[in-house]
Write a protein of this length. Structure first.
Length: 761
């Protein structure tokens, strides 16, 4: 890789929008949101080093009631005794326009959350609370419930500047934006109304309506844009700029290969430890020589594969052969053939690798001609780069709803990016940040007041007690191997007669619902026979005590009392996707179809010859999902828009169905009830149609770069003159092995030097 700096400056670019372009249902974080930063116009000048900015609570009766409603009433006394605290410098900036403006660099909600957490810490210290006794922040950050609390709390808080109060709720937006760096210059601004095509605001059609004022020292941009620009959901602003580098320190990024760097100052190669030092751990270059503003610093370096401390997806082997050909005294040639090739490591999961293995082949011929009065050199090179560094990303596999459960008015949809929840007409997404053991959720089951999630990182139990239970941190409980699980990757769940059965990648477990926190109550089954089954994809239990296990190798009946494991007839070698047990009948949805068993005896194939992914019984009717859609045995097919991977009752006689996204990554959730069908797209459910952690291959024919390089130079003596010339052309498809950067240039030079007469050169 290469980086170039001019003087004490580097280049940066920031895009502001309402939503990420590929996830329009999400909201951009505060620092990059097109709504901009909260700002407050000050009534008196701000004096750097003398003015004081505080965040102050107003401990009125309304505050006490609000805190009590959200389980924080115990803090009222602590807040009343110390309502004001200085706002740290990094949380705000002050810019001077016609008036002074205080600009919040952190969202008011972040400031309030941090302040409440500080009060909780002070309360614990004052009362000597530790361990399980100490109080904690009770709300999951970012949930609607927490936002409602912080919005209400904002009405009781002021920003105080030199004794003047500015209500926290009075801040304006869409005026100031933070570029992320200080000491900015050469600011260029482009705008887009579709999120794709950007136009500079210097365009004559825009110049009269769009204006910007940079505040270089603060790294803040003030804008004056027309209201209609903000009306479009896909509007965006892109800002490119240069920024000052502190001292002689230049950031290069992490994972630099030690000793790989070559540092040039105005084209002169510098010496390490004499002219510069480099901190490989943080990726910082420090020059020990004087640097002028007009100087150019270029750094060539290699970055380790598998950076940021992660393991590399591929090992890399290098091969090469070089042949020298002394054709004659006046002509010498050297040919080379080099190749660097990636190979999967033992840790590489074919589905999880994010990039394709690169194979980069470079061939070249270098020649030199030496004749009387003429010398010349030439280089011919050709590069064949399959899956090059900038065109090797594999495509996401489609996401799919893995399971559905309805409990206490909530509908839970498990998928590869978390759990989406439907309640009272609203959809919300919950992830590991909210309390799940992992984002990838394979199964979900529920009983009154509780929900159980099978995740790639363990078992999660959600308590549905209290108002807005999903927003309360204390309602989420995680269980892993230290709690009793035989393996942390949980794939399937079943609840029968007060017992939770758990299928994992390495054994099964059973625990009474009222004894989850008692390790001695867990029963673990990890015989070699069970371990040989691999992941337990589906699990079901009968009233007789038999446990049915669905695996990649078929359906098995397990007797917990004797430990006996028996294969079910007709299912050998067939992947089982889902199991339900009703009135002594086992229904197994598999890659071969849907098969029933009564008292352990097969009753035949209900569906045969096509994969069935899900099955449920609703109001006595059997429903199943396959590649073609949602079907019932009564002949109903309310959805035929694609593969249905999860089916469940809605608890009121209707049916919920979850799908697998198609090639366009459109994933729908379907609700069929009373003869009507509602379809909820990704933009409503917030379920990303892409599996964030699994990928598929891309074709080499469309992702191979081929290009060449030609270089030549000569030197010819012509009496008192010397004629020199050079030519070079490099196609952007040509790259040297190991270089992460492209060039596209063609140039030539011709120079005549000599001293024809004395005194004239």
């Amino acid at each position: 890789e290469s980086k170039t700096f001019v003087g004490h400056s580097a280049h940066g670019e920031v895009t502001f929008s309402f939503s990420p372009p590929d996830r329009p249902w999400e909201v951009q974080p505060y620092p990059r949101n097109l709504d901009g930063l909260f700002h407050y116009e000050l009534s008196a000048p701000y004096i750097e080093g003398f003015s004081e900015v505080d965040l102050e609570f107003s401990p009125a009766s309304g505050l006490k009631e609000l805190l009590t409603n959200y389980g924080l009433g115990y803090l009222y006394k602590t807040i009343s005794e110390s309502p004001r605290e200085e706002l740290k410098q990094g949380a705000f900036a002050v810019v001077a326009d016609e008036s002074d403006y205080l600009v919040l660099l952190r969202h008011p909600h972040d400031l309030l959350r941090a302040r409440i957490s500080d009060y909780i810490k002070a309360y614990n210290q004052e009362n000597g609370l530790t361990g399980k006794e100490k109080e904690t922040y009770p709300l999951n950050p970012g949930t609607d419930y927490e936002r409602a609390f912080l919005d209400a709390l904002s009405a009781h808080v002021n920003i105080t500047v030199d004794g003047t109060n500015y209500p926290l709720t009075s801040g304006g937006r869409r005026k100031f934006y933070y570029l992320g760096e200080k000491g900015v210059k050469d600011v260029e601004v482009e705008v887009s109304v579709d999120g794709a095509t950007f136009r500079p605001i210097t365009d004559p059609d825009l110049a009269s309506a769009y204006s910007v004022t940079p505040f270089p020292e603060e790294g803040i941009l003030e804008v004056d844009f027309p209201p209609e620009f903000y009306a479009g959901k896909r509007s965006a602003m892109r800002v490119s700029f240069s920024y000052s580098v502190s001292g002689n320190a230049y950031p290069l990024g992490l994972s630099i290969v030690p000793g790989s760097e070559k540092v040039y100052l105005n084209g002169k190669l510098l010496t390490r430890d004499t002219d510069y030092t480099i901190d490989y751990e943080v990726g910082m270059l420090i020059l020990l020589v004087d640097v002028k503003d007009s100087d150019t610093i270029k750094i060539d370096y290699e970055r380790a594969r598998g950076g940021l401390g992660s393991s590399a997806e591929y090992s890399r082997d290098f091969y090469g052969v070089s042949l020298q050909l002394p054709v004659s005294d006046s002509l010498s040639l050297e040919g080379s053939l080099l190749q660097a090739a990636d190979h999967p490591t033992p840790l590489t999961d074919p589905d999880k690798a994010r990039t394709m293995p690169n194979t980069h082949t470079v061939s070249g011929l270098v020649g030199r001609v030496d004749l009387d009065g003429l010398s010349a050199n030439f280089t011919l090179g050709w590069s064949d780069d399959r899956f090059p560094f900038d065109d090797n990303a594999r495509v996401n596999l489609p996401n799919a709803v893995a399971a559905i459960a309805t409990v206490d008015g909530y509908a839970f949809f498990a998928h590869a990016a978390g759990v989406s929840v439907y309640h009272d007409g609203d959809w919300d997404l919950y992830t590991a940040a909210d309390g799940l053991s992992a984002n990838r959720v394979y199964d979900v089951r529920g009983v009154e007041g509780r929900v159980f999630f099978a995740t790639a990182g363990g078992l999660t139990v959600l308590d549905l007690s209290g108002d807005s239970p999903l927003a309360r941190v204390e309602n989420w409980h995680r269980y892993s191997t230290d709690a009793g699980l035989p393996n942390s990757a949980v794939h399937s769940l079943a609840v029968t007669d007060g017992t939770l059965w758990i299928g994992t990648e390495g054994g099964i477990a059973a625990v009474p619902l009222d004894s989850l926190d008692e390790p001695e109550s867990w029963e673990i089954y990890v015989s070699q026979e069970i371990l040989d089954l691999g992941p337990i994809r589906a699990i079901g239990t009968s009233s007789a005590g038999t446990v049915y296990l669905g695996t990649d190798h078929g359906l098995f009946a397990f007797d917990p009392e004797t430990g006996e494991l028996s294969p079910m007839s007709g299912m050998s070698g067939v992947r089982v996707n889902r199991i339900i047990v009703r009135d002594g009948t086992v229904y197994a949805a598999s890659d071969l179809g849907l098969r029933g068993f009564k008292d352990g005896v097969g009753t035949g194939w209900i569906v045969f010859g096509t994969p069935v992914y899900s099955v449920a019984i609703v109001e006595g009717t059997l429903w199943y999902g396959d590649e073609a859609g949602l079907h019932s045995l009564t002949g109903d097919a309310p959805y035929t828009g694609g593969a249905v991977t999860a089916v469940s009752s809605d608890g009121e006689g209707g049916v919920w169905a979850g799908t697998r996204a198609g090639e366009d990554y459109v994933l729908e959730v379907v609700h069929a009830a009373g003869g009507t069908v509602e379809r909820y797209p990704t933009t409503v459910t917030q379920i990303d149609g892409r599996d964030p952690g699994r990928f598929s291959d891309i074709p080499a024919a469309d992702h191979t770069a081929r290009g060449g390089i030609v270089r030549a130079d000569f030197n010819r003596a012509l009496g008192p003159f010397t004629l020199t010339g050079a030519f070079e052309t490099v196609s952007p498809e040509f790259t040297a092995i190991g270089r992460l950067g492209r060039e596209d240039r063609t140039g030539w030079s011709l120079e005549l030097d000599g001293d024809p007469v004395d005194g004239l050169s």
